[in-house]
Design a protein around this ligand. Structure first.
Ligand code: GTB
Length: 213
């Protein structure tokens, strides 16, 4: 049975690939797993049928037979556990790659999301400019630390892994801010990752949803 991923019927990012189904699509392409996509409107996401899949009424979810998962990181982890290619086989290296997955989602993504949500929800407020200085500083601190760790390496720890896939997915959310341009090591890292044919295929698939509603 072909697994089913849920995604926005009409993504607010207009096909920029910033919604979290994109990272799952990318992992599926990396691992060579065929999948179907079930597109949902915002209304449908809050209906009982989808709430049974996702307690918070969000995308993405992933269904494979009886198994129903939500949380993009958990879905990517599940995929890497069942298909070779995105996690090393050596136990220590594997755990280090998983650590980078957590770092992407728990340490790097939160300040980036906070910054973008402030723009969405607070940009009309008189104090927004002042708050943005602080939010930018938090993001820049993380990027500086990540850049220092990556250094001259191609990927975070050895070969390209699910840790890189999630880290790059998270960093891409900063694209419109221009902040990454101040971190050439990270800009090159993102370029390397997004040039992968697997990323390109995943990106094209989600863009097609927006272009062919
Ligand atoms: N922690 C969860 C995960 O990783 O799966 C977060 C899931 C999540 O936030 N899903 C969002 C959603 O369903 C879509 S991705 N939102 C609808 C709702 O909560 O009602 C977040 C997102 C949305 C839009 C943009 N954008 O327009 O750029 C980027 C990211």
């Amino acid at each position: 049975m072909t697994p089913i991923l849920t995604a926005f019927k009409r993504s607010p990012d207009r096909g920029q690939g910033l919604a979290r189904d994109m990272r799952v699509r990318w992992a599926l392409e990396e691992l060579g797993v065929a999948y179907d996509v079930h597109l949902l409107s915002f209304e449908e996401m809050k209906q009982p049928a989808h709430l049974a899949r996702h307690p918070f009424g969000q995308i993405p979810t992933y269904e494979d037979g009886e198994l129903v998962l939500f949380e993009s990181g958990a879905i990517v982890l599940h995929l890497t556990e069942h298909h070779p290619g995105l996690l090393p086989t050596d136990a220590s290296a594997r755990m280090r790659a998983i650590t980078w997955m957590f770092a992407a989602l728990n340490t790097v993504e939160p300040p980036i999301v906070e910054r973008s949500m402030a723009w969405v929800l607070e940009r009309e407020q008189a104090w927004y400019a002042q708050r943005l200085v602080m939010l930018d500083e938090r993001v820049r601190r993380r990027l500086g630390e990540l850049s220092a760790r990556l250094g001259d390496a191609q990927w975070l720890d050895g070969d390209f892994s699910a840790g890189d896939l999630l880290m790059v997915s998270v960093l891409l959310r900063l694209h419109s801010s221009g902040i990454v341009d101040d971190f050439p090591v990270l800009a090159a890292y993102i370029a390397r990752a997004t040039q992968r044919p697997t990323y390109q295929r995943a990106f094209a698939a989600q863009l097609a949803v927006f272009q062919n509603p």
